[in-house]
Ligand binder design. Structure first.
Ligand code: SIN
Length: 474
């Protein structure tokens, strides 16, 4: 791979700005790179470029666009080592997980290369004699994306791939904590033959100044955001003025229910994934572990023994299974949640302490209640807080007792219960007997305050297209 780019990518040019900002290695705390710092003018230039590139990109055939997406996918495979290493260096996750993320990201280009070929319209039997009623799926136009640091490659792919597939052009503002993977993606797009101006990347240390441009400009017709609920609500309001199409993938507070008929070993294995993937820093991370009283002690014993085997360290070190948290703020939030639980009488069975720098020990806490901070907000760390319940109804009611509604998990063997609980959970995604639900083929998204819209799957095209109805008279 060419040297990793540190410059913004606008209109097919690499642009060095006068000011730059630091990107840190979360494992060592050392400076990794200095990256171009886009201001509002550069963000506007990116929208200009995307707007100018739109007519020619949307008029290409879906097949031409698909073949470029396939090249982007192939470049992910060819450059997997470099991309994964870069991802670990700027984000911290263990290298094996970074590789898994690069494959996950590549999967979106592969999937949407195919789905773009199936952006079908319809013919509808007309009620008017001699008329034809038709629908077309057309690209929404210039699209913008604001993406998070926890999956610096896959969260871009989940937006960029469908946008490109249907003929939208794209302006991306990546997280200021992980802009290098975003710039590597711009490089892949350039090398794969994406025309100038179709993809633009504007890293910035000031999310608000670029966000204001992207939300206020009426030429930007769609905005897709993955991140916190608080910022999602601000963007929702900011897009009202230009009535943009919005996809919001916001925070969760995922319950993980273990019923008394569950296979406890399988449930522990599932929880290890749902809790510890990316160190617990995912919006679908199991945040409230609800265990039916009869199996509580056996489950906690098995879980403690698995958590004790987790190896903490820098993500590039062989054998490490839990990397650093993203930064000091993340550690402070975890510490606050654990302190609050301790103060309110919960018992720290394992861990419960910072290990220096951005590392936090895998932690098991029992006796958590719904009043505690960790039951009401995402801890975003390797902390398993256990609550108990007695009946199925109580478990489901506790699970639903939150304004968030992104993901939920549960383990049970009774088939009737499996369907009852899956249907009763107020979330967009359910893992029934599994702790891993993320895949390009399935619709990712939430209900309640966890967001709007779905990404991935055939439904992911809808975020980037408008349905047009044409009535042809006799
Ligand atoms: C997220 O945490 O925002 C998404 C994680 C995933 O795709 O699994």
């Amino acid at each position: 791979m060419k040297d990793i780019e540190h410059r913004a990518y606008v209109g097919g040019e690499w642009i060095a700005t006068a000011s730059r900002f630091d990107v840190m290695d979360p494992a060592s705390g050392a400076r990794l790179a200095e990256v171009s710092d886009a201001d509002a003018a550069l963000a506007r230039q990116a929208v200009d470029a995307a707007h100018d590139a739109l007519p020619s990109w949307r008029s290409r055939t879906a097949h031409e666009r698909a073949s470029i997406l396939r090249r982007i996918r192939a470049l992910h495979a060819e450059r997997e080592d470099e991309l994964a290493t870069l991802l670990t260096r700027e984000q911290g996750k263990p290298l094996a997980e970074a590789r898994a993320e690069i494959r996950y990201a590549a999967g979106f280009y592969e999937w949407f290369a195919e789905e773009g070929l199936r952006a079908y319209g319809e013919t509808i039997p007309s009620p008017f004699p001699g008329h034809r009623v038709l629908t077309f799926r057309q690209p929404v136009g210039v699209g913008a994306a604001i993406t998070p640091w926890n999956f610096p490659s896959a969260m871009i792919a989940r937006k960029l791939a469908p946008a490109l597939a249907v003929g939208c052009t794209f302006v991306l503002k990546p997280s200021e904590l992980t802009p290098l993977s975003a710039l590597a993606i711009a490089q892949l797009c350039e090398d794969a033959g994406v025309p100038k101006g179709v993809v633009n990347v504007v890293p910035t240390s000031d999310a608000a100044r670029v966000g204001e441009v992207l939300t206020a400009d009426s030429r930007v017709r769609a905005l897709s955001f993955t991140g916190s609920t608080a910022v999602g609500k601000q963007l929702y309001a900011a897009c009202a003025g230009t009535v943009k199409k919005l996809a919001l993938e916001l925070g969760g507070n995922a319950p993980f229910l273990v019923f008394d008929d569950a296979d406890l070993d399988a449930a522990v294995d599932g929880l290890m994934v749902a809790k510890l993937r990316n160190g617990g820093q995912t919006c679908v991370a199991a945040n409230r572990i609800l265990v039916q009283r009869a199996v509580h002690d056996a489950f906690c014993e098995k879980l403690a023994s698995k958590l004790a085997q987790v190896r903490v360290g820098p993500g590039l070190e062989e054998g490490v299974t839990l990397g650093p948290m993203i930064d000091a703020r993340a550690i402070a939030k975890i510490e606050a949640h654990v302190e609050d639980a301790r103060d309110q009488g919960a018992k720290v069975v394992l861990g419960g302490k910072s290990l220096g720098g951005s590392f936090y020990a895998p932690t098991l806490i029992t006796g958590v209640t719904s009043q505690m901070q960790m039951a009401n907000a995402e801890t975003f760390g390797p902390v398993a807080g256990i609550l108990t319940f007695d009946t199925e109804e109580e478990g489901v009611a506790l699970a639903n007792d939150t304004p968030a509604g992104l993901a939920a998990y549960f383990y049970a063997r009774d088939v009737g219960r499996v369907f009852r609980v899956a249907e009763a959970l107020e979330v967009g995604m359910v893992g029934a007997g599994t702790g891993l639900i993320s895949t390009p083929v399935a619709p990712f998204g939430g209900v309640k305050e966890s967001g709007l819209g779905r990404e991935g799957s055939k439904h992911g095209l809808e975020e980037w297209t408008e349905l047009k109805y044409v009535c042809v008279g006799p």
